[in-house]
Each structure stands twice: as C-alpha cells, then as structure tokens.
Design a protein. Structure first.
Length: 133
C-alpha cells in the first residue's frame, strides 16, 4: 500500500534541503563523496509558485555510467520538491498497476523521490556548498 502522507512529507523534506543547497544561487556544482560522483543543479525556470530545476548526475570514475538528467519541480506555495522525470522516464504516478508496460515498480514515485532525498542529504552532510567550484 502506498502512503501518500509519507510521500508528501518526503517532498517537503526535499524542498527544505534543496533550499539550503541553493541559497539564492541559480546554479550549483560540486562533487559528492564516495560513490555518489558529481552533481550539477541548474534552475531552468524561476517563478513565485513553481520553479523547474535540472539535476545532472554523473560518475566520471565509471566509464559505462550514463549521465543522469533529473527534472525537478519546486512548488514554493506548497513547500514541496518532487521528481518529474529521470532521463526519458516521465509521468510517475503515486501507484502503478503491476505488471507495468514500461517496467515501473508499484511505488516508483516514492523510490525516485526517496533517492533524491538521500542525494540531497549527502550533499548537505558533506558540506558540498562550501566546496563548490
């Protein structure tokens, strides 16, 4: 069963973490420690209610690892940040029926937003903001 309240709390937490990372910047670039690789954040659209951010994530130490491009929506009025797309994968529903034709897990939306939460947590924990180029 999908817990919608937990998903909303996760998106609120992601919003708060992203605000701490960006801190009035329009872009951010840094290297996360260990196996995380490099991230680059770019604000594509800034408006009073919804901003669009592109997160580029790459692992230069692994040749076969593709650069992942995530599209994020920041809802300022609701105080939430959610993943809209990962690469060409778009349209994550709160719950997908199984089996899914595109291979999505039942809780795909939760999984991608939870992974984003872990990435943002690591960026803040390792003080990536202080070491940005």
């Amino acid at each position: 069963m999908i817990d919608l309240l937990a998903l909303q709390e996760l998106c609120t937490l992601n919003y708060q973490r992203m605000r701490l990372l960006l801190q009035e910047r329009s872009s951010l670039q840094g290297r996360l420690p260990g196996a995380w690789g490099e991230i680059r954040l770019q604000i594509e659209k800034l408006s009073p209610y919804t901003s669009t951010i592109t997160l580029h994530w790459r692992r230069p130490d692994i040749v076969w690892w593709p650069q992942a491009c995530w599209r994020l929506h920041m809802y300022h009025d609701a105080g939430m940040l959610e993943v809209q797309a990962v690469g060409d994968r778009r349209g994550f529903l709160v719950r997908h029926v199984q089996p899914h034709a595109r291979g999505y897990a039942r809780d795909e939306k939760w999984q991608v937003n939870h992974f984003l939460a872990e990435m943002l947590h690591q960026a803040l924990r390792q003080d990536v903001v202080a070491s940005l180029a």
